[in-house]
Ligand binder design. Structure first.
Ligand SMILES: *[C@@H]1O[C@H](CO)[C@@H](O)[C@H](O)[C@H]1NC(C)=O
Ligand SMILES: *[C@@H]1O[C@H](CO)[C@@H](O)[C@H](O)[C@H]1NC(C)=O
Ligand SMILES: *[C@@H]1O[C@H](CO)[C@@H](O)[C@H](O)[C@H]1NC(C)=O
Ligand SMILES: *[C@@H]1O[C@H](CO)[C@@H](O)[C@H](O)[C@H]1NC(C)=O
Ligand SMILES: *[C@@H]1O[C@H](CO)[C@@H](O)[C@H](O)[C@H]1NC(C)=O
Ligand SMILES: *[C@@H]1O[C@H](CO)[C@@H](O)[C@H](O)[C@H]1NC(C)=O
Ligand SMILES: *[C@@H]1O[C@H](CO)[C@@H](O)[C@H](O)[C@H]1NC(C)=O
Ligand SMILES: *[C@@H]1O[C@H](CO)[C@@H](O)[C@H](O)[C@H]1NC(C)=O
Ligand SMILES: *[C@@H]1O[C@H](CO)[C@@H](O)[C@H](O)[C@H]1NC(C)=O
Ligand SMILES: *[C@@H]1O[C@H](CO)[C@@H](O)[C@H](O)[C@H]1NC(C)=O
Ligand SMILES: CC(=O)N[C@H]1CO[C@H](CO)[C@@H](O)[C@@H]1O
Length: 769
């Protein structure tokens, strides 16, 4: 067989005559796919990104979730959603909907979520939402809504969350009925054109609202003169372009308010002070884009509210924190200073914070751990991710003995040492990923007995010696994936008695490396070398025999294919349930490969140049439910006919060379409900008509992304322009092909081309023979 990459170039000019759009992959749904779900009660249908101008007419009536997002639907008519009485979630965001018939949703009695963001709605009419009595979440963000009928939301008796942000609402008086919805908790009104929010415009006695967002409105007045929001907990005003008059006549009116966020220096300092004065119960304050007023002392004023526990100051360009900025914030338990270009915290800047438990300093420009942090002995979580820290000092964490989570990901740390974490006896999560660490010293040989998660992803060329992790007896997850690879010595993982998940990039493999991992269930190996397990050698033992409890094994190979994989690769893995191999096997698998893994449920062998498998391969694994053989070179499914896979329900064979599908084979897979044949050069010659009929007539198996299409010979020849090819989009009416070969246009042009040449080559050589 000719390797795909080496097809002769002389075939190229023929191409335009051969490509055409063949919506051949027929099946029960024309424009949608049923998403595979292990839970039989779910029927998730997606028609996302299909350039639909209207709702499809073949949505299964018992669909529980329907995604129509990112199409070009212009309206929803009274019949579009008929009978979908089991639907729980409906997504139609990113369409062009400007009109919805009255009662269009009336049958959707179970609907809980309706997302209509990014459409063109202008009016919300009287009966638009009729029947949606169980709807909990309605999102209408980013439409052009300017007019809402007073009764539009009347039917929504269960609604808890309503997003009307980014619309054209002008007056609060126009949406009064919304405030009276009995169960409404959250109302999002950001990015509208509201110029005032005044209780005088709200003719009701009480609203149950808990969360109100008014950010990015040109609000000039906020006035509450009666106790109509007794439950309001969270209020957001952000980036007003003008000053605001704040008038809350009695502090008790905002007694429930615990969470306030605001931003923008166009609001006067005085207005912010006034806001803070009426928020006596405040627990959390978030400040954005407020450098000017922070420099004026806004934070210290806020911190005088005794209940304030959480302060969030971000994108406020704070280059340094001096000794005064947070002076009166002694009661804080959580402080976030993320994303501020901080390069320095003065030594005593955090001195007052004797109760601080969470400190987020991520996404700044710190080059070392600030001295100010060293004294925070109450700290439990410290996030220093995405800074420029290059060195750590033995004293940095010495007093942070209560720390449970430390994030140092994405810094410039090159060296770790034994003294660093020695006092962190309570640490559970440690992330040092994305650093250039090249030496570990004795970093993990200290008393980190509570550590459960350790990430050392993408560091320098690390070497792990015997016993390096010996004291990490609680570790469950260890991530040693890398762009290059790490070097292991025998016994490197010794002592990891509780490790369940290990992911590692290796430069070579020795079974001895994986000693002492009795509880390992998940193993992912990224291999950068040739699998050199030579089973003909004396003393050969199966490579994973030290890992008897493995349930999931993933083998990924960079660049190279592996040859001569021994039939007892998986010997000893009697509990294995999932096996995934990418570029690991080349061209074939030994029929005994799965003899040792009777519990296998999921199998994925991709990018392996496979063109055939022997049916015997599958005989030892009758429980197999999901099989993915995509990105190979199968030209026939015949190997499945005698494979005996009574439980197989999910089969993916995309990106292969299948041209004719034998229905007898599909019929032998009695449990099959999902079949993916995308990106195969399926022909529509009459030899495939059996498959077409099967696709149309069988009610059990869905063929992904297929369309009904008669197997008839084309009548018209279309030449296809190169540019159409490049974008992978061909005119829908283009149906012709040379000879009786027909191909489906796909977006991955190069792959399709290769297959095309391949088949052409076959045809030419067949003709010669
Ligand atoms: C949906 O209906 C079809 C046909 O009536 C039936 O075969 C299938 O089992 C149903 N699915 C669910 C999830 O109820
Ligand atoms: C809905 O849109 C379709 C397709 O553009 C159009 O034919 C139909 O008249 C529209 N129906 C209503 C009620 O607007
Ligand atoms: C929206 O409602 C207004 C007032 O009821 C009406 O004048 C206008 O024509 C409606 N627009 C659309 C697109 O239905
Ligand atoms: C508000 O409460 C008062 C006194 O309980 C009552 O008389 C009035 O009708 C209520 N107003 C509204 C709009 O519900
Ligand atoms: C504020 O309201 C409370 C309770 O409604 C009332 O007792 C108190 O007198 C009011 N205070 C002022 C200054 O009006
Ligand atoms: C740690 O705490 C001890 C006792 O409070 C103190 O003497 C020492 O200076 C602290 N070390 C650092 C590095 O802050
Ligand atoms: C590391 O573990 C060994 C054996 O379990 C123990 O003797 C030793 O004290 C531990 N080291 C530390 C620093 O906890
Ligand atoms: C194994 O990995 C899968 C995800 O790939 C995860 O869902 C599962 O929880 C892991 N199992 C254990 C024991 O960590
Ligand atoms: C495997 O080992 C046998 C015996 O030592 C040797 O003859 C053979 O060449 C080896 N094969 C490979 C691929 O290294
Ligand atoms: C289809 O597969 C069955 C079972 O393997 C075989 O008997 C039959 O000959 C095949 N049909 C074609 C047309 O290849
Ligand atoms: C809304 C709808 O049904 N759109 C398309 C679904 O697929 C068929 C067959 O390709 C098209 O003819 C429809 O226009």
């Amino acid at each position: 067989m000719l390797a795909i990459e080496s097809w002769p170039l002389f075939l190229f000019p023929l191409l335009p005559f051969l490509l055409y759009h063949n919506p051949l992959l027929a099946f029960s749904l024309k424009n949608c796919t049923i998403v595979y779900s292990e839970n039989a009660d779910n029927l998730w249908v997606t028609c996302k990104e299909h350039e639909l101008a209207a709702l499809p007419d073949d949505i299964p009536r018992n669909a529980t979730s329907l995604d129509l997002s990112s199409n070009q639907i212009v309206n929803i008519t009274g019949t579009d959603l008929r009978c979908l009485s089991k639907l729980i979630s409906l997504q139609v965001q990113y369409n062009l909907i400007s009109h919805i018939d009255d009662g269009a949703f009336a049958d959707l009695v179970e609907l809980r979520l309706l997302d209509m963001d990014a459409n063109k709605l202008i009016n919300l009419t009287d009966n638009m939402f009729q029947g949606l009595s169980k709807l909990v979440t309605l999102s209408l963000y980013n439409n052009q809504i300017s007019c809402i009928s007073p009764v539009a939301f009347q039917a929504l008796v269960s609604i808890q969350y309503l997003a009307l942000g980014s619309n054209h609402l002008h007056q609060i008086a126009d949406i009064v009925p919304i405030f009276k919805l009995p169960n409404l908790n959250e109302l999002l009104l950001g990015y509208n054109k509201l110029t005032s929010f005044q209780s005088d415009d709200l003719p009701f006695n009480v609203s149950n609202l808990k969360v109100l967002q008014l950010d990015f409105n040109p609000l000039r007045k906020f006035s509450i003169k009666k106790d109509i929001f007794p439950h309001l907990q969270s209020l957001a005003f952000c980036k007003c372009s003008c000053d605001i008059e704040w008038d809350v006549t009695n502090k008790t009116f905002l007694m429930s308010l615990t969470d306030l966020s605001f931003s923008g220096s166009s609001v006067s300092f005085e207005a912010y002070i006034a806001m803070l004065h009426t928020a006596d119960s405040l627990q959390k304050l978030s400040l954005f884009f407020l450098k000017e007023w922070i420099d004026e002392g806004l934070i210290n004023i806020a911190c005088r509210i005794p209940s304030l526990k959480t302060l969030y100051v971000t994108v406020s360009r704070l280059g340094t924190i001096d000794d005064n900025l947070l002076r009166s914030c002694s009661q804080l338990t959580e402080l976030t200073l993320s994303g501020n270009s901080l390069s320095e915290l003065s030594e005593h800047s955090l001195r007052s914070m004797t109760q601080l438990r969470f400190l987020y300093l991520d996404t700044n420009q710190l080059s070392k751990l600030p001295l100010a942090v060293r004294g925070l002995s109450t700290l439990e979580v410290l996030d220093l991710m995405s800074n420029f820290i290059s060195e750590l000092d033995c004293l940095d964490f010495v007093n942070l003995t209560r720390l449970t989570k430390l994030d140092l990901k994405h810094n410039h740390i090159s060296k770790l040492q034994g003294c660093l974490f020695q006092n962190l006896n309570n640490l559970k999560v440690l992330n040092i990923g994305e650093n250039p660490v090249f030496t570990l010293d004795n970093t993990f040989k200290v008393n980190l007995r509570n550590l459960e998660y350790l990430n050392l992803q993408n560091n320098g060329h690390l070497v792990f010696m015997q016993g390096d992790f010996r004291n990490l007896s609680s570790l469950c997850v260890l991530d040693l994936e890398s762009n290059t690879y790490y070097q292991l010595y025998d016994g490197a993982f010794e002592g990891l008695d509780n490790l369940q998940t290990l992911s590692v990039s290796l430069g070579n493999y020795k079974k001895e490396h994986f000693r002492g991992l009795p509880h390992l269930e998940n193993l992912t190996l990224h291999l950068t070398f040739n699998w050199n397990q030579n089973s003909s050698q004396k003393n050969y033992e199966p490579p994973f025999s030290n890992l008897p409890n493995l349930k999931k094994l993933v083998l990924k190979v960079y660049d190279k294919y592996q040859e001569d994989i021994s039939p007892d690769l998986l010997k000893g893995l009697k509990f294995l349930e999932y096996f995934m191999a990418e570029k690991f096997f080349m061209k074939s698998l030994h029929p005994d490969t799965f003899k040792y893994t009777p519990r296998l449920k999921g199998l994925q062998i991709t990018h392996s140049d496979l063109s055939d498998l022997s049916p015997e391969l599958f005989w030892p694994i009758p429980n197999l439910k999901a099989l993915d053989l995509s990105n190979n070179k199968f030209r026939s499914l015949d190997f499945l006919a005698r494979a005996n896979l009574p439980a197989l329900s999910w089969l993916k064979l995309s990106d292969n060379l299948l041209s004719v599908i034998n229905v007898t084979v599909l019929q032998s897979l009695t449990a099959l409900t999902y079949l993916d044949l995308i990106d195969n050069p399926l022909t529509c010659e009459c030899s495939n008509s059996g498959f077409n009929q099967w696709v149309q007539s069988n009610s059990q198996t869905q063929v992904v992304n297929g369309h009904q299409y008669p197997c008839a010979f084309p009548t018209q020849i279309h030449q296809i322009e190169d540019n159409q090819l490049l974008f992978g989009r061909l005119p829908a009416e283009t149906q012709h092909v040379g000879g009786d070969l027909r191909y489906r246009a796909v977006s991955h042009l190069s792959k399709t081309l290769k297959k095309l040449y391949y088949l052409m080559f076959r045809q030419i050589s067949d003709n010669r023979n």
